[in-house]
Design a protein. Sequence first.
Length: 231
Amino acid sequence: MSEVKISAEPRTEFGKGGARRTRRAGKVPAVLYGHGEKPKHIALPAREFAAAIRKGGANQLFAIEVSDGTQVLALPKAIQRDPIKDTFEHVDLLLVRRGEKVTVEVPVQLTGEAAKDTLIVHDHDTLSVTADATKVPDHLEASIEGAEPGTTITAADVELPAGVELATDDTTAVASVTAAPTAEQLEATLPEVEEAAEEAEVEVGEETAEGAEGAPAAEGEEAPAEAKTEA
C-alpha cells in the first residue's frame, strides 16, 4: 500500500467544544502517539482524509506534514465515525518507522463461488496479521471456489502476501459453508414463524390493554368514579 501525503495543523483546543469547532472548520481532530513520544494533537483536512480511507482502507499509511515542521509516518489505530452523518469524529494515529513491524486487523474477502445450493456464513471479517508498516495489505483473500456444505474456511486457508505473517490462530474460522434450505423446508417452517408472530402481537395487545386499565389519570383530570349499582 502506498503512503498518502497529508497536511496537518497543531490543535490547541481540546474537549468536546474544541472538537466541534475543529469539525465545523472542515477538519478531523486527531492525535499522534507512539515510540514513547508525547501525544501530539493535530487537525487533518476532512475531505482529504476521507478520500484516502475510502481508497486505501482503515490501514492506509499516512505521511503527515504538520505546519510546525513535524514530518512523520502514521497508521490509523482507531477511527470514530458519526453513524448518522457518516463523518469522521476523531482519529488515533500510531507513529511508525520504515521497516518496523506492526500488528493490524486486515479485512478478508472471499473469492470464487461455493457449490450450488449452499449458504456462506461469515465468521470473521478481519484477521490480525504482522507486516512491515509500509507494506500492510488493504485486504486478504480466501477462496471458497466449489466448497461443499460442511466446509470451513480457516485463517490457514487465507492467502498471505510476501512478508505478511498471521498473528491470529490459524484454526480461526473465517467462513462456513452450509446447505441452503429447500423450498419444502421453508414452507414447513412458515406456519411456525406466522404462529410466533401472532402470539407476539397478542402479548403486545394484552400488555397495552393492561397498561391502559392501570394508568393513572392525567394531571388536571379526575379519576373516573366507580359505577354504583342501584338497589
